[in-house]
Design a protein around this ligand. Structure first.
Ligand SMILES: *Cc1c(COP(=O)(O)O)cnc(C)c1O
Length: 399
């Protein structure tokens, strides 16, 4: 291998996760697979076709450039929905290519309709409501104006949905806020329908909401982190396993990010390891260097915090994570040697590295670490031929 690390994507694990998610949401709720942030670091080009062979036919992205990547790689002409940024200049492209997009302000709405007139195709829009996140979304007074405008342009849009996004459904601390958001959304949805406009699907839930707030599932869920086999937070995980006796993690990591031991050596008691004085050997130790550092996506904040797997054992990162390498305490593995597989994220034997592996660091680290994995790490799909095309599509299917 030329690269210092590589990423394997396990189709069997993805099939397991999708089955689990479909079981949770039921057969009447559609699944949109969220693949923003280069499919949470898994790689849009590898992930999208793999998901499509497992019946996924709707993808959500943040921006037009990601939508372009999905449409370029899609084998089944899946629906693509942009939840965030589309420059006015790219609206024509979106309309022409039947890319759906959120509308949360009047200027985008007017430009979208203008483009729809120009190219003679309907703009496929989702009206986003402000319900309490205070990020994007129409407040009621602007929604009233949007509806007036839409009613004058009925031939130029398809109202694909109405939606909102929650302000932290992964934490019980936000329970009241999220509950209020659900109420507010339903009220605005009802009002919208009372005007005669009929959104095709109402959708509000991300992974955490879909697990912890069944009422947020509505007609479609937008699932990111769960499908990749990670939990939005420990709380969400506990919310989920408290109902099952086995207490086993129902998800499997799709990604295995792995490298190799580059070198091993002994360190005497009292010696500092790596730059500076952040780690001192309190006994005679054996350490291994791994050629992955922050320039390769291994967060510097994992200095003296990270865990990796070598020879099936969970081992600690010691000292500062450098630009190009990190150091692992392998004292527990006297046989560790150059060339041993090092798992940075994912499973090895019975052990697994995921969010909870990094101790009490922020839950958001999971998202951040994944999405910052550089694009130039080679990615390969470990396909499971017998799975391909056996899992039914959930909900509506594009004819
Ligand atoms: C990222 C995102 C999601 C998916 O979030 P997960 O926690 O990864 O499931 C859903 N909806 C919106 C608007 C998002 O930005």
């Amino acid at each position: 291998m030329f690269a210092t690390s590589e990423i394997e994507l396990d189709q069997t694990a993805l099939a397991n996760n999708l089955n689990y998610i479909r079981k949770v949401i039921g057969k009447d709720v559609r699944l949109s697979s969220v693949v923003k942030g280069n499919a949470y670091g898994h790689g849009i080009f590898e992930f999208v076709p793999m998901a499509e062979t497992l019946g996924v036919d709707h993808f959500s992205v943040f921006s037009a450039d990601e939508a372009l990547e999905v449409t370029n790689i899609s084998m089944h002409r899946s629906q693509v929905m942009v939840m965030g940024f589309v420059d006015n200049a790219e609206l024509e492209w979106a309309v022409l290519n039947e890319v759906e997009f959120f509308v949360f302000e009047l200027d985008r709405l007017e430009k979208a309709i203008e483009m729809a007139r120009k190219v003679g195709k309907k703009a496929r829009i989702h009206l986003e409501f402000e319900t309490g996140l205070n990020r994007t979304g129409f407040i009621k007074t602007d929604l009233v104006r949007a509806v007036e405008f839409l009613k004058k342009n009925l031939d130029h849009f398809e109202l694909m949905g109405d939606c909102t996004h929650y302000a932290g459904a992964e934490s019980i601390a936000n329970y009241v806020r999220v509950k209020n958001q659900i109420k507010k959304f339903n009220k605005m949805d009802k009002w919208l329908r009372s005007t005669g406009l009929e959104p095709l699907v109402k959708h509000t839930a991300c992974s955490a909401a879909a697990i912890s707030y069944p009422k947020s599932r509505m007609e479609m869920v937008r699932i990111g982190i769960l499908q990749y086999g990670f939990w939005p937070s420990k709380e969400t995980f506990i919310d989920c396993i408290k109902h099952v006796s086995s207490r086993e993690d129902p998800l499997r990591r799709v990604m295995k990010w792995k490298s190799k031991v580059m070198d091993v050596k002994e360190v005497n008691t009292g010696e500092f390891i790596g730059y500076g004085t952040t780690f001192m050997a309190s006994e005679n130790m054996k350490i291994a260097t791994v050629p992955v550092g922050y320039s390769h996506g291994y967060a510097r904040s994992l200095s003296n915090q990270g865990r990796v797997l070598i020879r099936g054992k969970r081992l600690a990162v010691v000292g500062i994570v450098n630009m190009n390498l990190l150091i692992v305490d392998v004292s527990e593995c006297p046989g560790a040697e150059k060339g041993d597989e090092v798992v940075l994220i994912g499973d090895q034997g019975d052990n697994s590295i995921s969010v909870s592996s990094f101790g009490e660091l922020s839950d958001q680290l999971n998202y951040e670490l994944l999405t910052r994995l550089p694009r130039n790490i080679p990615r390969t799909v470990i396909a499971n031929e017998t799975l391909t095309n056996q899992i039914p599509t959930n909900g509506l299917s594009k004819a």
